[in-house]
Design a protein around this ligand. Structure first.
Ligand code: 4G0
Length: 243
């Protein structure tokens, strides 16, 4: 899979994406990431990329011509062109999975108040938001998209790491996990996990998944009365334990 990232700060993206799991995948040749500097597509001597909005208002916009040239110079027939903006459709694991089936993704990282609408309407396939907050630029959102999509490409995660594929696409959040030592700063690992009773461990993990989801993401569970009933049953069952 090839990613083409268009930005006025390509070094920022390269710094993030050349280390850790994605960096390793690039070195292995499983992914290719092309960093495109938008300023290379200006034609004036000041390399100007931004301008004031018609009609007034705060902030600046990216001028359309350099963005257009950068897109046209780097896109091939089946490139899917994505623009990161807080006004986009929310990114979720389902969209990430869909994008992981593409062979060529171009991601435009906007700045200032964004892009001229003519570029969005005519040359962008998809506007995507990583969440309901505003950042100083689209570079971090672009890096997040590359990470989320990249880790689904076969071979990118090791056998150990790929146990974690899906997790957020199913209904419940994951249960808490513990590793050695058994006692840390006087805090014990829950007894049930050391019991060797596999049935009981699975039951406790199910209880904790339900508890975490109800507390942190009630929207994932809303009007699923069967799950709420199951939670209270398990809470009563584990509640009578001596700690
Ligand atoms: C386009 C994406 C880009 C428009 C980009 C800002 C958050 C996200 C940018 C704006 C970004 C996100 C209208 C302020 C650059 N911030 N949530 N900043 N406006 O995905």
């Amino acid at each position: 899979m090839v990613f083409k990232l268009i930005s006025i700060f390509p070094e920022m993206l390269e710094n993030i994406l050349s280390v850790s799991i994605i960096g390793r995948a690039v070195k292995k040749g499983l992914l290719e990431i092309n960093y495109v500097n938008l300023r290379d597509y200006t034609e004036d001597k000041h390399k100007k990329v931004d301008d004031y909005p018609f009609g007034g208002g705060p902030g600046m916009l990216l001028k359309p011509e350099p963005v257009f040239r950068a897109i046209m110079d780097n896109k091939i027939v089946d490139t899917r062109v994505i623009y990161m903006s807080p006004k986009g459709k929310p990114l979720n694991q389902q969209l990430v999975e869909e994008l992981s089936n593409e062979k060529d993704l171009m991601i435009i990282a906007g700045h200032y108040e964004g892009l001229d609408q003519r570029i969005i309407d005519h040359y962008i396939d998809e506007v995507i938001s990583i969440g309901d907050y505003v950042l100083t630029g689209g570079e971090l959102p672009a890096a997040i998209l590359v990470d989320a999509v990249g880790r689904l490409i076969p071979g990118v995660l090791s056998n150990e790491e790929s146990g974690m594929i899906e997790s957020h696409s199913d209904i419940l959040l994951e249960h808490p996990q513990y590793t050695r030592p058994r006692e840390f700063n006087g805090i014990e690992v829950p007894d049930v996990l050391l019991s060797g009773n596999h049935q009981r461990i699975l039951k406790w993990q199910r209880f904790k998944s339900l508890e975490t989801t109800i507390n942190n993401r009630p929207d994932l569970i809303n009007d699923k009365s069967d799950l709420i009933n199951e939670y209270f049953q398990l809470k009563a069952y584990f509640g009578q334990d001596i700690k």
